[in-house]
Design a protein around this ligand. Structure first.
Ligand SMILES: Nc1ncnc2c1ncn2[C@@H]1O[C@H](COP(=O)(O)OP(=O)(O)OP(=O)(O)O)[C@@H](O)[C@H]1O
Length: 352
């Protein structure tokens, strides 16, 4: 007997006519895990979520919930709770009626229904708004109402499609933290679609990075951040993105702008790309000569755009006033902070 909330996706593909929305993806989500589907627009995240919900059927492959094959089951027989970006609340119904809707459908007895609606509303702190209609709520309150409607089902699996994207920046941050606490306290499995890498990094226990209808990497946010397995992922995760600089291999030593770097790879020669995160670049007096082109003052830190003879790089530093535009400086980075990729295939190269 497997625990409740286990999801297994096996070789799932989805074609829309000639368009391959999903080219065959495999992943396993553990019970109680917060699992993010992260990727740029059109990469197949929403398609995957709709297949999990049963709103669409895969062209190939299998989906299992708690060991049971649900591939052929329609949405209403899957026992999943869904929260969409648009909330999808019924405008003519009160908040209470909206939350009660899944229970009405399931013909739940009236007294039990009333209790469960109150309980769900309390969990997202909207118990005082039950008699209003969605049009009389703020965006954040509508979002909570949609969450309460998901909670009321007492499903072990929550499917969330960009649920925070309609909220303003401040509310999004607050709601993000609450959502994580709520998921933990309910003990449910959450599958969360987002194109926002920061949201995935902060919320997820693990994430799958989608690109062009494929999963390119699966891991914890820390793993994917520390060891992106391709140039595409390196450039997608982290803000500002990783600096990616053209270089070459000379007898296994990477050479950047004519200078050998202090590490080696097994491969002997060829075109490579050297990646260094902005936070890993030190600006000072030692290293490669560079010029400060632009200072972006972010208050308690800054991003410096620099040019050097290997190209342009961005560095993040603690003090916005430390360096001025036009100043001649030097940049350096530690060997442990260098990521290497094969230029032709884009794949990560391991240091020897
Ligand atoms: N019903 C459909 N008919 C034809 N093509 C579709 C259909 N639904 C999705 N697609 C295509 O499948 C691909 C994946 O779409 P999907 O909605 O899964 O991407 P996404 O990663 O969720 O993007 P977004 O972040 O923009 O929602 C896209 O190229 C999209 O145009």
């Amino acid at each position: 007997m497997t625990a409740r909330g286990h999801v297994k996706v096996e070789k799932v593909a989805k074609l829309h006519g000639q368009v391959a929305a999903l080219k065959g993806v495999d992943f396993d989500i553990r019970p109680g895990e917060f699992f993010a589907l992260l990727g740029p627009s059109g990469s197949g995240k929403s398609t995957t979520l709709r297949l999990l919900a049963g709103l669409d059927k895969p062209t190939r492959g299998r989906i299992l919930f708690d060991g049971k094959d649900v591939t052929a089951l329609d949405a209403q027989h899957r026992d999943v709770a869904m929260v969409f970006q648009s909330y999808a609340l019924y405008p003519h119904m009160t908040v209470r009626q909206n939350i009660a809707f899944p229970l009405e459908m399931a013909k739940t007895p009236k007294t039990e229904m009333a209790e469960r609606v109150e309980d769900a509303a309390r969990k997202v702190s909207i118990q005082h708004l039950l008699d209003r209609r969605p049009g009389q709520l703020s965006g954040g309150q509508q979002q909570r109402c949609a969450l309460a409607r998901a909670i009321v089902r007492r499903s072990g699996l929550f499917l969330l499609d960009e649920p925070l994207s309609n909220l303003d920046a401040k509310l999004r941050l607050e709601t993000r933290a609450e959502l994580k606490k709520l998921q933990r306290s309910l003990g449910v499995t959450a599958v969360y679609v987002t194109h926002d890498q920061e949201e995935a990094l902060t919320l997820a226990d693990r994430m799958a990075v989608f690109m062009e209808g494929e999963i390119r990497q699966i891991g914890s946010p820390a793993e994917v951040f520390a060891r992106p397995n391709s140039i595409d992922i390196a450039g997608f995760i982290g803000s500002p993105p990783m600096n990616l600089m053209k270089a070459r291999l000379d007898n296994g030593t990477p050479v950047l702008a004519g200078r050998p770097l202090p590490l080696r790879v097994k491969q002997q020669a060829g075109e490579i790309v050297v990646g260094v995160r902005p936070s890993a670049i030190t600006i000072g007096e030692e290293g490669m000569p560079a010029r400060v082109d632009l200072v972006e003052n972010l208050g308690d830190n800054a991003i410096f755009d620099l040019s050097f003879d290997g190209g342009l790089v961005r560095a993040r530093g603690p003090d916005p006033l430390a360096f001025a535009e036009g100043q001649q400086v030097a940049i350096s980075f530690d060997a442990k902070d260098i990521h290497l990729f094969d230029a032709a295939s884009g794949h990560r190269l391991e240091a020897a």
